[in-house]
Design a protein around this ligand. Sequence first.
Ligand code: SF4
Length: 305
Amino acid sequence: MASSSVFDKNIQLIQNHSRTYSQQQYVYPVVSRRSRGISIGINISPTGLCNFHCVYCQVLGESRLEETQRQRANLPAIALDVLENELRQTLTASLNGELFRQGTFAQTPQAMRRVNDIALSGNGEPTLSPQFHQTVQVAAKVRKELNAADVKLVVITNATQLQRPEISAAMDLLFDNHGEVWAKLDAGTDAYYQKIDRCSVSFDTIINNITALAKRRPLVIQTMLLKLHGESISDKELRAYVERIQKICESGGKIQRIQLYTIARKTAEKYAEPLDNALLDAIAKRIRNETRLLTETFYGMEKSG
Ligand code: SF4
């Protein structure tokens, strides 16, 4: 379970998930609660391309959702050579400690001055990028070159594209490089999924994709727990969610752990609000007891604005 003490004292630092660093285009380090250290993000969705429209989206914000739709047709190519150089410089500065002499990173608590991962995430869904596989290749190359064997390669995904052969091949490369897939599963029923994630890809596709990949390699499941119009997840929905997890495991899927988190920053919809710590803990306990899986909780913070 996440210890809140280190994080609570450094709320400003960890709330700062700015995708800009040192005027770089694609690569940005953050002090990450979920990584318990430095996570070096690669933003391969600079236009915010995503096929989910989560009510809780904390990267796009309300005003950018329509803009994102427009940008889909106009996806700029990633300059992979620029991305590679930025990653090399950022990883080097993070590993040799230079990062912690810069700006707000100087406030990073000692316990979090470690590089946990290189994360392909950013402002949208990374697997929608036509250059996803190439980006994994670049990340694997730089990680190897800098002898960063302990640094994981993480992909944070909404799981809608995992069935595509090119994505599957990219995931294999990722797993061969100390990789982890953090797959989003926010619901147990199609109705709740549509309420929260608002996506045209069917819920069955998401479940099938997660199950298929979990049968090949252990996955991390990421679940957002929140209040909608003041109401938290119902008992019925929670039961359905637990059953989904149990079914994935019963069919041979392996789940390393479940990350349960709530809202920490401004959301796309104002009616999406964080759960309080006690309720998040109680839900985590139930999920842990009923699935026998490891859970981690990440508390919310005051919504700003
Ligand atoms: S999947 Fe991520 S980027 Fe896409 S809408 Fe949801 S929170 Fe935002």
